[in-house]
Ligand binder design. Structure first.
Ligand code: T1G
Length: 707
């Protein structure tokens, strides 16, 4: 017998074995339609007297990526996953699952409800729900402990980490490891169960021993985190219910799951999940990417070395060109050190590490760029140096080679104009450290060809990065918004908040570091050089804070000199720098500024509203395609807290009308800085949200992630 159930599941029999194959590309995500098809197929095989055992397995790259995240927030419609899993577990006929690729979330919960679990090949399993602001909502928190014990389940569920097949076998989650095709592995296991060679292990009838020490340690660890997210703590509560009878535990788990499902943390984390993937939906996506095998990186400094490392890890052949021959060896050493670090962190296998090293050539002559399909310039941020270099590259590089600049703010149109191939010139703005940070701003100049843009996006995806399309302006998307965020913080400092209060408020909001601690890390002298460069074009009416300049005048450049806003010893921050506090107080006196106090809420509101206002201007000028692209820039390039979803997701929580009220209130302090963007007024008038704008602009609706 063979039957295709609604095009999503194939059921068939092989002798006395019934087979259920999940077949819903691209990842067998388990939504209502697939759930229903699995359930119908299961009932059919249950009724078939010739079937003595049932095997579930997946078609395609994975067994399944779990519940369909696009369904979140929708009403529960039968058959729900818990309902189906109860039927699997209660089945008289043994139910076996053969897992391959990944089995995450609801996919693993399906496996936990079966009677025997086979791991095939390089399978990875996990319950990553906490990364989406949830907990395993279909029995995972009850059934995993029944196989792995409470401590093992707490570790996997509260961290959301994924686990190799070997570790899963050692933890008692899997019953057997196999190679080859999941279908055959499942049939062999089913036959062994029927022959009594392999003992089925149903989970619901197993007990879970208390482990108060593990629970106490986990609670302390989760509460100590900054920020202490809600989902992991609630997931811990759900796992602890596993010591109850199974039906009580399942009921407790479901109630806690629904609580989280309704929460802001889930909406934000799901939004972030889709934001990471939405940005590839660009106008040029139909263009065919050019073939890129060999890449030349010009510049052996920190950025060039990081970019070269990222490309080597991505499988490309790299010519790293450093004009100053005495620095070529140092550049190579930098790449070797980065690759060794990636190997040590487990990001690279030995084999991949060695292959990456073998694919690196270093040179001090531009001639090596002649064989490149793509050149990425990463020299110092000076327009005349860049245009001179691009003119040379234009003559050296082969026709059709793409010439990219890594500039973080300079005009890519001007750089393109220095060549006779403006259609091949593009911006690839990597973020330091380039082999770790995932964001790439792909800056499209006026004459950049569509296939050049498509090539940049294909490269970024192959590097495992998040590409975001930007048009040309000073600072593109991220640095434009960062400038306003920093100005808001600087004005708060002048007006009475201390830099420790400002950093503390933003770190409580979820930023890993507040703006002043970040400045110390980046180097106050670097930022001063940028301010000096811009001084000539700074509008006269723009409020300017001299505090950072005055701190620099003391030779205090931050972490690298042991003093900046903070004092550092042995690389560790020792608290606010008394000298910096004094500089701020003196500057307030010199400006005759009354010292006002600000609550943490107002500090966060002013800094976040400044980011949002500039982001709206970036949108209305067409620099960014959609609000979700701006969220992706902030989440993957600027450390915006993931559980807050991004500035535009936050803007939807605040609402256009309230944002306008705040901007108009703050404008009493500084009307030049606080201005309401036209688009925001239009949205308030038309009752539109930024989530609506995401869908309207390109049809890529991320509504499921924010409702
Ligand atoms: N639901 C819906 N779509 C999904 C999805 C999912 N679970 N997983 C992936 N996709 C889409 C993704 O948006 C993209 O779409 C395409 O599939 C390829 O994904 C009840 C409630 C599996 C490791 O958290 O980790 O079960 O952009 O680009 O890099 O307790 O996808 O092409 O239109 O990421 O090879 C738990 C999330 C859900 C796993 C594959 N599961 N997914 O990575 O491909 S909650 C997860 C991943 C749950 C239960 C609870 C990865 C992957 P598009 P991709 P990839």
């Amino acid at each position: 017998m063979k039957d295709n159930v609604s095009g999503l599941v194939v059921i068939e029999t092989e002798g006395e074995i019934g087979l259920i194959r999940l077949a819903k590309p691209p990842v067998n995500a388990i939504g209502l339609a697939l759930r229903t098809a699995i359930y119908e197929g299961f009932k059919t095989l249950q009724k078939d007297p010739a079937v003595r055992a049932i095997v579930l397995y997946g078609e395609g790259r994975f067994f399944s990526a779990g519940a369909d995240i696009k369904d979140f927030g929708k009403a529960d419609i039968q058959p729900t996953l818990p309902h189906i899993l109860k039927a699997l577990n209660d089945s008289e006929k043994p139910v076996i699952v053969a897992l391959h690729g990944v089995a995450f979330g609801g996919a693993l919960e399906v496996a936990l409800a079966t009677h025997l679990r086979v791991g095939v090949g390089d399978l990875r399993i996990g319950l990553p729900e906490v990364k989406l602001g949830l907990l395993p909502g279909a029995g995972g928190a009850q059934r995993l402990p029944r196989l792995s014990g409470l401590a093992g389940a707490i570790d996997i569920i509260c961290s959301g980490r994924d686990v190799s097949a070997r570790e899963a076998l050692d933890l008692g989650i899997l019953d057997r490891l196999a190679e080859g095709a999941p279908r055959e592995a499942g049939i062999i296991a089913a036959r062994d169960v029927l022959a009594g060679k392999l003992a089925a292990r149903r989970t619901d009838t197993r007990d879970v021993a208390e482990d108060l020490a593990a629970v106490k340690a986990a609670k302390a660890r989760l509460k100590a985190k900054r920020p202490a997210l809600q989902a992991p703590l609630t997931a811990l509560e759900a796992v602890c219910a596993a010591t109850l009878p199974i039906d009580e535990g399942l009921a407790k788990e479901r109630a806690l799951f629904m609580e989280l499902m309704a929460g802001e943390e889930r909406a934000a984390l799901v939004h972030a999940f889709f934001a990471e993937r939405a940005t590839v939906d660009i106008p040029e996506k139909a263009a065919h990417p050019r073939q890129i095998d060999r890449i030349a990186v010009i510049g052996g400094g920190t950025m060039g070395v990081g970019i070269a490392t990222s490309l080597l890890i991505g499988g490309y052949h790299v010519d790293l060109i450093e004009a100053q021959s005495e620095r070529v060896a140092q550049a190579r050493a930098g790449v070797e050190s980065n690759l060794a670090g990636a190997l040590k962190r487990g990001k690279l296998t030995e084999q991949a590490h060695d292959a990456a090293l073998a694919a690196l050539d270093c040179a001090d002559s531009l001639d090596a760029a002649g064989r490149a399909d793509l050149v990425i310039e990463a020299i110092f941020e000076d327009m005349s140096a860049k245009t001179a270099l691009f003119t040379k590259l234009d003559t050296i590089c082969k026709p059709g080679a793409i010439l990219a600049t890594n500039t973080s703010y300079l005009d890519v149109n001007e750089i393109a104009a220095a060549t006779k191939r403006p259609q091949d010139v593009i911006g690839l703005h990597f973020f330091s450290p380039a082999h770790i940070m995932r964001l790439i701003e792909v800056v499209v100049a006026k004459e950049t060809a569509p296939d050049c843009v498509a090539s940049a996006f294909a490269l970024a995806r192959k590097l495992g990065k998040v590409p975001v399309r930007a048009e040309v302006c000073d600072g593109f998307i991220g640095n434009r918004i960062l400038t306003q965020y920093r100005r808001a913080a600087d004005y708060l400092l002048l007006d009475g908040a201390s830099f420790t209060e400002i950093d503390g408020a933003l770190e409580d909001f979820g930023f890993a570091m507040g703006p002043f601690a970040v400045s110390d890390l980046a180097g106050l002298d670097i930022a001063k050089a940028t301010r000096d460069r811009k001084a000539a074009t700074r509008p006269a009416e723009e409020r300017y804070s001299r505090v950072a300049d005055l701190i620099c005048d003391q030779g205090w450049f931050g972490r690298k000199t042991g003093q900046g806003y903070y004092v550092y010893e042995g690389g560790k921050q020792q608290g606010g720098n008394p000298g910096a506090f004094e500089i701020v107080a003196a500057e307030r006196r010199a400006l005759n500024l009354p010292k006002r106090s600000f609550t943490s809420e107002e500090i966060v509101s002013r800094c976040l509203t400044a980011m949002i206002a500039e982001a709206v201007r970036v949108l209305e000028e067409g620099i960014a395609l959609r609000p979700v692209d701006i969220d992706a820039v902030e989440l993957f390039g600027y450390g915006f807290p993931r559980h807050r979803g991004g500035p535009m997701h936050q803007a939807d929580l605040i609402g256009p009308a309230e944002l306008i009220r705040r901007i108009e209130l703050y404008a009493n302090d500084d009307p030049q800085f606080w201005q309401v963007p036209h688009l925001l007024r239009d949205m308030a008038r038309e009752g539109r949200s930024f989530a609506d704008l995401n869908g309207a602009l390109t049809g890529h609706v991320t509504k499921g992630s924010t409702k």
